[in-house]
Write a new protein. Structure first.
Length: 113
């Protein structure tokens, strides 16, 4: 079955950086676009970044220039490099394969001084 395991979250000060990882299994990773979503307390889940299966990327306006999505098809892993973090980036971050309604446990990112 499809499994998604997110990691790399934590507590970071404003302006800091984190690198999230998502290890995927149970499907042909290289055949699917992969996205990162986030959900802040009391809010709905929102799309953060997307990578097509060939590595073309696009980003939500609120992270453009700060976050970078990348993927390693040999390792079945998608990454999210987050720089210049802001308190409003605080959320649980999830990865998701395009077209699948499958979610992992997420990884908590907290940006606070």
């Amino acid at each position: 079955q499809v499994q998604l395991v997110e990691s790399g979250g934590g507590l970071v000060q404003p302006g800091g950086s984190l690198r999230l990882s998502c290890a995927a299994s149970g499907f042909t990773f290289s055949s699917f676009g992969m996205s990162w979503y986030r959900q802040a307390p009391g809010k709905g889940r929102e799309l953060v970044a997307h990578s097509t299966r060939t590595g073309f990327t696009n980003y939500a306006d609120f992270v453009k220039g700060r976050f970078t999505i990348s993927r390693d098809n040999a390792e079945n892993t998608v990454y999210l490099q987050m720089n210049s973090l802001k308190p409003e980036d605080t959320a649980v971050y999830y990865c998701n394969p395009q077209g699948w309604s499958v979610w992992g446990q997420g990884t908590q990112v907290t940006v606070s001084s």
